[in-house]
Design a protein around this ligand. Structure first.
Ligand code: CO
Length: 162
């Protein structure tokens, strides 16, 4: 079982590398990432969160598993909505994050087949959160100043227990 790495592990801050070969190792990794997500009751997981700096995400908001390799956001639409988010790599942290409610996302399935999807609502939020991870971005980077002040002691604790 893959274990989830937590803040302030430096891999969470790296820009992840694109996947180049769609081989059996990739399939195994996708399965293992899905298992790691389900065990933690997560709705999404990005490969850097299991210590692998590759552009791979898995998402399941309760509507079935979606795996996306080398994902890209092609378009953002609709209003920005604020909703509380957590992150398996930031235990105990829940913060309000503003994000567009509709996106068009593209990428590849495990066999290298091209996927393009319009996603909205919670799915759109989770895809954006996980794609942020591939760029070294965490929810704590998307806060306003007040939220950042309120969170300071929690983050300090995570640094101390690391
Ligand atoms: Co996260």
């Amino acid at each position: 079982m893959l274990s989830v790495v937590t803040y302030p592990n430096s891999i969470l801050r790296k820009t992840a590398e694109p996947v180049e070969s769609f081989d059996d190792d990739l399939k195994i990794l996708l399965d293992q990432m899905a298992d790691a997500m389900y065990v933690k009751d997560g709705v999404g997981l990005a490969a850097p969160q299991v210590g692998i700096s590759k552009r791979i995400i898995v998402v399941d908001i309760g509507e079935g598993l979606l795996c996306l390799v080398n994902p890209e956001i092609l378009a953002r639409e609709g209003e920005e909505k604020v909703l509380e988010e957590g992150c398996l790599s930031l235990p105990g942290v829940r913060v309000d994050v503003s994000r567009p409610e509709k996106i068009t996302v593209a990428g590849f399935d495990e066999k290298g087949g091209r996927i393009e999807k319009n996603v909205l609502g919670l799915n759109a939020r989770v895809f954006q959160h996980e794609i942020d991870h591939l760029n070294g971005v965490l929810i704590i980077d998307r806060l306003n100043t007040l939220q950042r002040v309120l969170l300071k002691s929690k983050l300090k604790r995570l640094h101390e227990t690391a």
